[in-house]
Design a protein around this ligand. Structure first.
Ligand code: GLY
Length: 488
């Protein structure tokens, strides 16, 4: 969660990221032959890291909020108890995880009907979750991390084959971190520091692009340069990035203009660089469930929150009586150097599993601060989050609206696999051919990605505009204020 408090202009990143259980070991997802077993890091209880959200919610309410949790959680409690209608997007996401969910009785009872994906319009109620939230509302984080509830949660996880302990829950702490800040085209971009990879990758990409004059280029040469910058930033992600409480992440170096100049020197403006030709490239060649919301309030406080259980429906395990799915964030670690995770991302020592360590994330809640406007943005989307935020920022720096940023077609390169993936509408046939001629392995998929939510406040006119992703059915609400009422 990225916050700006208007009264003192202070930006803070509230890290409520999951942590590896204390009994986790570096090789816990390798079999006897040292091969990575993907099924164990994404399905079932071993995949679950210790949740941080309840602690994050209490921290926010206590330190920054105006409402007590009993008030701010009330709508969610009501929704859980009274139910919500199952829609087409829910259906496609659930279809992807149906088989695994069917293997866990409590998860199947909550999310399936006779073992199948519920019919559209089915009212989904979850009394256990309503009670879990009521406990947090009444007792704060302690209601979740300590006492009978924690005991029940730990027992349930262990019965399902997991390794959580009561100490894991009791020890969980939120960490406040300094956001990454960078300047580009007259804007200040404030964004997520490690243990997310997002801010560092954005800094690298913008620094690499800076001298090219790319805003004036045609679409194909511009896309080529963007992809070459993405490729290099994701290579560095694989090598250097991990939990900063465990490894020294060279943020100042990776975010510096000098370092970007070195990366730029290896870019051929006419040809794709094969990823395995980059220095220290990993040897091995080698999807999400996340949500994001963006808020600007009447005083100019800013909030960008990205929240995740990792893959859709997390690890597909519900501890009976809790009403919520456990995450499979353990798969965000590098289970073995060079072996890709569920998103195809590779990593090395910096993101190896260690007890109590936070897995490297791609979540990138971001502020764009310009002379005439302030925008808050972010999106779900696994490894593509960083490049979706990048494209959203570019759209707005080019003068686009919040809606343009949320709607614009998307493309992505993440170093490995060495592919330029694209949404169906991202490129014309001719553009695909021109990018292929430059050496890019272009893969136009049949699905769209992400669910971006953007709020933009024009400092010059006071107008508020929201942008919600047409790929889903987000809701944006805003009303305009007096001209120039904030950040004079
Ligand atoms: N679990 C996805 C991410 O944090 O990047």
């Amino acid at each position: 969660m990225l916050l700006r408090t208007a009264k003192d202009g202070r930006d803070v990143f509230v890290d409520a990221r999951e942590r590896a259980p204390l009994a986790a070991t570096r090789d816990m997802f390798l079999d006897a032959n040292g091969e990575a077993v993907r099924d164990r890091s994404i399905n079932g209880a071993l995949a679950a890291a210790i949740p941080g959200l309840p602690a994050g919610l209490e921290h926010l309410a206590r330190k920054y909020g105006r409402l007590p949790l009993s008030k701010s959680l009330a709508p969610a409690i009501r929704l859980a108890r009274e139910g919500w209608k199952f829609g087409p997007k829910n259906s496609s996401m659930l279809g992807y995880r149906r088989e695994v969910l069917a293997g866990n009785a409590a998860a199947a009872a909550l999310f399936l009907r006779d073992g199948q994906v519920p019919a559209l319009g089915t009212v989904m109620r979850n009394e256990d979750y309503a009670r879990t939230l009521e406990l947090i509302a009444a007792k704060g984080a302690d209601g979740f991390y300590r006492g009978d509830y924690a005991k029940r949660l730990v027992n349930g996880v262990r019965q399902a084959g997991g390794i959580w302990s009561e100490q894991d829950l009791a020890e969980y702490r939120v960490v406040e971190r300094a956001p990454i800040r960078l300047k580009h085209r007259g804007f200040e971009i404030v964004t997520a520091p490690p243990p997310s990879s997002g801010g560092v990758a954005l800094a690298t990409i913008f620094n690499v692009l800076e001298p090219y004059g790319y805003p004036q280029l045609d679409k194909v040469p511009r896309t080529h340069l963007l992809v070459e910058a993405m490729r290099r930033a994701y290579r560095d992600r694989a090598v250097y990035l991990g939990d900063p409480d465990f490894v020294q992440v060279p943020v100042p170096l990776l975010a510096s203009r000098e370092y970007a100049a070195g990366l730029r020197a290896g870019i051929n403006p006419d040809r794709a660089t094969p990823s395995d030709m980059l220095p220290s490239a990993m040897v091995a060649p080698s999807r999400p469930d996340t949500s994001h919301f963006s808020i600007v309030d009447t005083e100019g406080n800013l909030v960008a929150v990205t929240q995740t259980v990792n893959l859709p429906y997390g690890n597909a395990v519900v501890v009976p009586g809790t009403g919520f799915l456990l995450n499979n964030e353990m798969d965000d670690f590098s289970v073995k150097p060079g072996v890709p995770n569920a998103y195809g991302l590779v990593g090395d020592d910096a993101n190896a599993i260690a007890p109590g360590k936070r897995p490297l994330s791609s979540m990138t809640p971001t502020f764009l601060v310009g002379p005439d406007r302030v925008a808050v943005l972010g999106t779900p989307g696994g490894s593509r989050i960083v490049t979706m935020v990048l494209l959203g920022l570019l759209e707005m720096m080019d003068g686009g609206s919040a809606q343009d940023a949320a709607s614009a077609p998307r493309f992505h390169h993440q170093y490995l696999p060495d592919q330029l993936s694209a949404e169906p509408e991202a490129f014309s046939t001719e553009e695909v051919a021109a990018l292929k001629a430059r050496g890019h392995d272009v893969r136009v998929g049949d699905r769209s990605w992400g669910n971006m939510n953007v709020v933009q406040w024009r400092r010059d006119t006071g107008a508020v505009e929201t942008g919600t992703d047409p790929r889903w059915k987000g809701v944006g609400k805003g009303s305009s204020s007096e001209k120039g009422s904030i950040y004079r």
